[in-house]
Design a protein around this ligand. Sequence first.
Ligand code: ADP
Length: 494
Amino acid sequence: MDQTKIDALRAQPAAPFVHLIDGKHVAASDGGTMDIISPIDGQVLTTTARGTAVDMEAAIASARAAFEDGRWAGQPPAARKKVLMKWADLIEANALELAVLGVRDNGTEISMAIKAEPGSAAATIRYYAEALDKLYGEIAPTSGDVLGLIHKEPVGVVGAIIPWNFPMMIGAWKLGPALAMGNSVVLKPSEAASLSLMRMADLALEAGLPLGVLNAVTGEGKVVGEALGLSMDVDVLVFTGSGGTGRRLMEYAARSNMKRVYLELGGKSPNIIFADAPDLDEAAKVAAAGIFRNSGQVCVAGSRLLVEASVHDDFVAAVTNAAEAMRVGDPLRMDTHIGAINSDAQLQANLGFVETAKAEGGQIVTGGGRILQDTGGYYMAPTIITGVTPDATLAQKEVFGPVLSVTSFTTDEEAVKIANATVYGLAGGVWTSNLSRAHRMVRNVRTGVMHVNTYGGADGTVPLGGVGQSGNGADKSLHAIDKYINLKTAWIKL
Ligand code: ADP
């Protein structure tokens, strides 16, 4: 990728953003705006509309009307496919512009963002576009005097609440299957990073998505997110974000129309290193990348390193070397490995976890503090803390920052026990040359995804979803489609 192109894009002022409601760009009903602060330098980048409940209701009404008149759901599958394929092409054609805008907003290093954001979003939209005319209903195995048909129908209006760490990728995980199945969508990007996703929504209209099928409202979670959650006219709510908000969404559903709620929440994912790993140096490098890329602001980050005692010291030294070799800094430089922390509040929370870990007996091997303060941005050195007991705060709570907790173990059983000793169950990893041990660990560690002799990078063909308090209802793969359909039975007497 060309650094001069990136520099040219970053030099352009970012225009103010407003809602997309019923195919029109509109300001907040009361004219309110929010300053968008870039974590790169702490400066105001632009503004977005500060949405109101009135705005959200207008967006939901538009989505409902679009669904009811069949302007999208009623189109032949091949026609819907064409629009979504075009959308994927447009995302790809505008990939660098989208990625730079997103990085200015959320601070992810561009080398990661370009692949994980527009690259992955386009691939996801294309995956569901290609699938949509290959999905059949079913005929039930009934007796001969009846015919039981099972239709797969769109659910209606989908509310999608998106976080700030990978807005386009995660947005596409929801939008791809929701739109492919003929639903209308109301999108609520995070106030901490909404710009690239709002721009991506515009491209859907450019691709020919009928007006009103996709609406997007910016603003505070507790205002517009709550209005979406409490709506009587939203059929399904899909969410990626914190456990606290996930809990609220379930409450909103219970207090309103009992809409279906699918949650992808946090994790405290164990990365388990056995002494018989095929290549401990490689494992150390991948373990460092698995927690420190995007400053650890990754739901599946391998934030708990569990290391077999016999190789503990050497392995920690190798991960420390790998971490210290990663360049932290300006996320818009191609040679940066670790960009900015999304916000000052997130940075302060990370530093708070480090203090607590120290107070609870953890030893800081590297990092531990804020760096590059003179830039005005929010940066933190990759931090490794050893001697973390399984019940310590750092082993139990998700930091969502560049902080790796290290604990040693001696037996397979102990490794499994520690790995499973949190309320979470999103991801994990195991490094071993022993095939049986690898499969046993996959079976026994309670997670949605286990990596073996690697960490991260599972593509769109496999589901990603948590167990326990990491959520329910996986994103990605054909399995994700189930969230966006109703099964309807036709029972026909012959
Ligand atoms: P994080 O702490 O990682 O930002 P959140 O769960 O707060 O995670 O945010 C994820 C998404 O949830 C954002 O789009 C945010 O606006 C939204 N959100 C936050 N609070 C609420 C709420 N009370 N109701 C609905 N959505 C919310």
